[in-house]
Ligand binder design. Structure first.
Ligand code: TRP
Length: 334
């Protein structure tokens, strides 16, 4: 809770490219929360350097992600969209919380195990304490709810454990965050392997439709989408490819499964794939246009970055000061 209002926090890494699964499963739904909640959407650039990055590239991608948040419909006057590295309280709280986190807990994190296997040449301490920084992100804003994908559930669990431990010692300092169970939006699967979720880190770019893909690319990817060998457009667990396309079509057009099945009864996969592709092209067009427009307006984006960093700093420092006092740091003399 912040100033009597429930708060939401979520973060995204600027590495990797946003796809329609991120949009339909997350961003699109967040737009509706802006009146009910105090919302914070952070570009977590500090998390990104746990893996080596090209500096110019990281800066560029971080700005693109921040711009894309706005292009996708988040009103930056109502949603605090900001860079993690502009709010030093993240690092400060992270240090304090690391003293209340056990190595045994961090050892169990599956993402750490996966990433250290993948980056065996660079298993740095930041990769290991990554979940502590994430806990700091969330707890700084007294977040009630945190929208996260299934791969981040374990990190949210450890955040709750750390917060409960801290509160157990010092009293009610942190709000205990819950995962955000939004409207059960469609779970968008890979176009190439419909049993797997569409993923930012998928090496096969044909499996994902990126928000910035041009119309030809989108249509081509849908034409190549993996389906099955019968030719019936029917929503069924044993037809995962077609099921996924029906879900995407439904999300893009607002049509129900039933309506879609009727609309395409008697037609073949070729026609259907083209229609799904076209519906996605239309869904993304306004976002892409807005992104292009915003990207040209340097002053406007800069002002958002500045104002929102101030807002985030204000709330974050409020929590940080409280925590510093609790653990026994000396008072600041003004
Ligand atoms: N670790 C998250 C991811 O890779 C990103 C993240 C960082 C985050 N801090 C967060 C998500 C706080 C939710 C809340 O997806």
């Amino acid at each position: 809770m912040l100033d009597g209002k429930k708060s939401i926090f979520s973060g995204m890494q600027a590495t990797g490219t946003l796809h329609i699964g991120n949009y339909l499963g997350a961003l699109k739904n967040w737009v509706e929360l802006e009146d009910e909640y105090e919302c914070f959407y952070c570009v977590v650039d500090m998390h990104s350097i746990t893996v080596r990055q090209d500096p110019a590239e990281l800066r560029k991608k971080a700005r693109a992600l921040l711009t894309l948040y706005i292009a996708a419909g988040l009103n930056p006057e109502k949603n605090c969209i900001y860079y993690q590295s502009h709010v030093s309280a993240h690092a400060e709280l992270s240090w304090i919380l690391s003293c209340y986190t056990y190595m045994g807990e961090l050892n169990r994190m599956t993402q750490f195990k996966d990433k250290s296997a993948k980056h065996s040449e660079n298993i740095n301490a930041g990769l290991y304490t990554y979940p502590v920084l994430m806990a700091a992100d969330i707890l700084l804003f007294q977040s009630d709810v945190v929208p996260v994908g299934s791969d981040q559930k374990q990190h949210l669990e450890i955040t709750r454990d750390i917060a409960e431990r801290f509160n157990g010692i010092y009293g009610d300092v942190f709000t205990i965050p819950e995962p955000y169970i939004g409207k059960v939006g469609a779970r968008i699967m890979s176009l190439q392997e419909p049993a797997k979720k569409m993923s930012k880190s998928d090496e096969n770019v044909n499996g994902s439709i990126y928000l910035m893909d041009d119309p030809d690319t989108i249509i081509r990817k849908f034409k190549r989408a993996v389906t099955d060998s019968d030719n019936e457009i029917r929503y069924s667990e044993d037809k995962p490819g077609i099921k996924n396309l029906i879900d995407i079509y439904g999300a893009a057009t607002g049509k129900s499964v039933n309506e879609t099945e009727k609309e395409f009864a008697g037609l073949g996969y070729g026609d259907f794939k083209l229609a799904v592709g076209e519906s996605v092209v239309s869904m993304l067009k306004p976002i892409q246009d807005r992104f292009a427009e915003l990207s040209k307006d340097k002053e406007y984006i800069d002002s958002i970055i500045k104002n929102n960093a101030e807002k985030a700093n204000y709330y974050a420092n409020k929590t940080l000061r409280k925590v510093q006092k609790k653990v026994g740091f000396p008072e600041r003399i003004r």
